[in-house]
Design a protein around this ligand. Structure first.
Ligand SMILES: Cc1cc2nc3c(=O)[nH]c(=O)nc-3n(C[C@H](O)[C@H](O)[C@H](O)COP(=O)(O)OP(=O)(O)OC[C@H]3O[C@@H](n4cnc5c(N)ncnc54)[C@H](O)[C@@H]3O)c2cc1C
Length: 511
C-alpha cells in the first residue's frame, strides 16, 4: 500500500534482512498470515546473508544441514556439512518455491526506526542504493511490526586487531570477510592468524595449493572432527522419502547436539580428554597435541570448531600445513616476528581474527521520541526487547544450529499476531515490571569478539521470560507449546481512546 501524499509505503510486517532468518520469517508469515502484507528490506544486492557474503576458500557450515536447514524444507544433498554455494542454492530455492522473491527489496538498508504509540506504527528510514551502488536516496516505510533478521555482525568490516608493524609487511594482508576474488596464493607461503571456525576451514582449503599454510594462534581452540556425510540421514531419506527421512534425521541430530553440549557442561574433564583423544588419533605420532589443541577453558565455554572428516588434521599430517601457538611481536617486511623469537616467513597473511558483532542490523530505534540503547534493554523470550513495542528480532543458538531457535521464534511470532487479531490488540510491548531484577549479558561466551560487544547487546534477566536459555527443548515448551500471553507482555490498541492494555495471568489463555 503506498501513501500517495508522502510516498511512504506501508506494510504490516517489515522484515530486515534476507539471510536464512529473514527468508524463514517470510515463509512462516505468509503461511500463517496470508492476508498480511510484508516486505523484506535487504541492504545487499543478493539474498543469503552470511552464505553470500563470505567468499573465502572452503567456506562451509560447521552445523549439519539437517538442523541448520528449515524444518519445513528437507535438506536433500548428501553432504550434511555443506559448502556455502549449496546452502545458497537451498535458500534461493526456498524463496523461489514460495514466491518470497517478489517481496525482497534489494539495496535497501534500514537506518532507523521510530515507533509512535499514537499511530501504532513504526516509521522506518531506509537508504536505497542504485543497482550499481553509485546512487543513493532516503526513502521511508511504515510498518505495524518490525521483524529484524539483520544477523549479529557488521557486514562492512570484519574485526582486525592492530598489529604492530603491519605497514612494513610487503606481501598481501587479507581478511576472510573481504576475500579478493583474484587472490593468487599458489605455491606461496600463507600465514593464517586465528584459531576459530574460519581459520580451521581455510587451512585445509588452502593447503595443497599454497606452498605451505601456517595457522598462527595465540591460544588453542577445541577442534572436533565430524563426518561430512550423515549416513543415517541419507539412508533414512532413501527409505522413508525426503520429508520423513529429513524429519527423523533432524530429530536425531538435535538430540545428538544437545547431548554433546550437556555432556561437555556436566563433565568438562571427560569431554576434554575425549576431544584430545580424537585429535591425537588423527595426528602424526608424537605431535604436540597439548600445545596446539588443548585450550585452557572448558569445552563449550567458547564455540567448538567442527572439522569435516578431520580435514584440518589431514592437512597437518600431510605436511602441507602446520600450527604455531605463539604471540605476534611485530609484522616484518617478510612475515611475522613472534614473541618466542621465531620468525614466520609469509607472502600472504590472512587475518582470520573474527567478526565485529552488531545486533539489530546497526539500526537506531526510538520509542515515542526516546532513543533506545539495546544495551539498556532486557531480551524478552530472546526475541523482543523490554520497552520496545511490536519489534521482534531473530537471534539463534550459539551452542547448536542457529536456525533451530529462529524457526521456533518465527512460529511464536505468528501465534502472537493471531492472538492480537483475535483480541483486537495491535500493540504488544514487553515490560520488565521489576526494575531491580538482576541482569547479566545475553551471551555468556568468553571469546574476545563476544566480550568486546556485550555492552551493545540486550541483557538477560532471571527466569522466564527474561532468561536466554540456548536450549531447544526449553524453547519448544516456551515458544511452540507455551502461551503467547505473559504477565510481562502488555497488549494495547492504538485506535481506541483508552489504552485497553491489561495484564493477563500467564497461561490463562492458550493461543
Ligand atoms: C563463516 C560463518 C559460518 C557460519 N556457520 C554456521 C553454522 O554452521 N551453523 C550455525 O548455526 N551458524 C553458523 N554461522 C552463524 C550464521 O551467521 C548464522 O547461523 C546464520 O547464517 C545467520 O543468518 P541470519 O539470517 O540470522 O543473518 P545473516 O546471514 O547475517 O543475514 C543478515 C542479512 O541482513 C542484512 N542486513 C543487516 N542489516 C541490515 C539493515 N540495516 N538493513 C537491511 N538489511 C540488513 C544483511 O545484508 C544480510 O543479508 C556462521 C557464521 C559465519 C560468519
Amino acid at each position: 500500500m503506498a501513501d500517495t501524499a508522502t510516498h511512504i509505503e506501508h506494510v504490516d510486517v517489515l522484515i530486515v534482512g534476507a539471510g536464512i532468518s529473514g527468508i524463514g520469517a517470510a515463509y512462516y508469515l505468509q503461511k500463517e498470515h496470508r492476508g498480511r502484507s510484508y516486505a523484506i528490506l535487504e541492504a545487499r544486492g543478493a539474498s543469503g546473508g552470511t552464505w553470500d557474503l563470505f567468499r573465502y576458500p572452503g567456506i562451509r557450515s560447521d552445523s549439519d544441514l539437517h538442523t541448520f536447514g528449515y524444518e519445513f524444507k528437507p535438506w536433500r544433498d548428501e553432504d550434511a556439512i555443506a559448502s556455502a554455494d549449496k546452502i545458497l542454492s537451498y535458500l534461493r530455492e526456498t524463496t523461489a518455491e514460495n514466491g518470497i522473491d517478489a517481496n525482497i527489496r534489494f539495496h535497501h538498508k534500514v537506518l532507523a526506526a521510530a515507533w509512535s504509540s499514537d499511530a501504532g506504527r513504526w516509521l522506518v528510514d531506509v537508504e536505497r542504493f542504485g543497482g550499481d551502488e553509485d546512487t543513493e536516496e532516503l526513502v521511508q516505510f511504515s510498518a505495524n511490526w518490525i521483524f529484524c533478521a539483520g544477523g549479529y555482525y557488521r557486514y562492512d568490516q570484519g574485526y582486525t586487531p592492530e598489529f604492530p608493524g603491519r605497514d612494513r609487511f610487503r606481501g598481501e594482508v587479507v581478511h576472510p570477510q573481504h576475500w579478493p576474488e583474484d587472490l593468487d596464493y599458489r605455491a606461496k607461503k600463507v600465514v593464517i592468524i586465528g584459531s576459530g571456525a574460519t581459520a580451521v576451514t581455510l587451512v585445509p582449503a588452502m593447503a595443497g595449493i599454497a606452498g605451505h599454510v601456517t595457522m598462527l594462534q595465540r591460544s588453542p581452540t577445541y577442534v572436533l572432527p565430524v563426518p561430512s556425510k550423515d549416513t543415517f540421514a541419507n539412508v533414512a531419506q532413501k527409505l522413508l522419502g525426503a520429508n520423513r527421512g529429513y524429519a527423523l534425521a533432524r530429530r536425531k541430530n538435535i538430540v545428538k547436539q544437545r547431548a554433546v553440549y550437556q555432556f561437555s557442561q556436566k563433565y568438562p574433564g571427560a569431554a576434554r580428554r575425549l576431544i584430545r583423544h580424537l585429535n591425537a588419533k588423527e595426528l602424526p605420532e608424537g605431535y604436540p597435541v597439548d600445545e596446539h589443541f588443548n585450550p585452557t577453558y572448558n569445552p563449550w565455554d567458547q564455540r567448538l570448531c567442527a572439522v569435516p572428516d578431520a580435514d584440518l588434521f589431514k592437512a597437518i599430517s600431510s605436511g602441507a600445513a602446520s600450527v604455531v601457538t605463539d604471540r605476534i611481536a611485530t609484522f616484518t617486511e617478510t612475515g611475522i616476528q613472534l614473541e618466542s623469537g621465531k620468525h614466520l616467513d609469509a607472502d600472504v597473511i590472512v587475518t582470520a581474527t573474527g567478526l565485529n558483532l552488531q545486533l539489530l542490523g546497526g539500526m537506531s530505534l526510538t520509542v515515542d521520541g526516546t532513543p533506545v540503547q539495546a544495551g539498556d534493554t532486557v531480551a524478552y523470550k530472546a526475541m523482543m526487547l523490554s520497552g520496545v513495542p511490536n519489534f521482534a528480532f531473530a537471534f539463534g543458538y550459539t551452542n547448536s544450529s542457529w536456525t533451530l531457535k529462529v524457526g521456533l521464534l518465527c512460529e511464536h511470532f505468528c501465534r502472537l499476531l493471531s492472538h492480537m487479531d483475535t483480541n483486537g490488540f495491535d500493540i504488544a510491548r514487553p515490560e520488565l515490571g521489576d526494575s531491580d531484577m538482576a541482569t547479566q549479558p545475553m551471551l555468556d561466551f568468553s571469546a574476545g569478539y563476544v566480550q568486546r560487544a556485550l555492552d551493545r547487546f540486550p541483557k538477560q534477566g532471571e527466569g522466564d521470560p527474561w532468561r536466554v536459555q540456548m536450549d531447544y527443548y526449553h524453547d519448544i515448551e516456551q515458544l511452540r507449546e507455551g502461551s503467547v500471553v505473559n504477565p510481562h507482555l502488555r497488549f494495547g490498541s492504538s485506535n481506541k481512546a483508552a489504552d485497553e492494555a491489561s495484564r493477563i495471568p500467564a497461561g490463562s489463555a492458550q493461543v
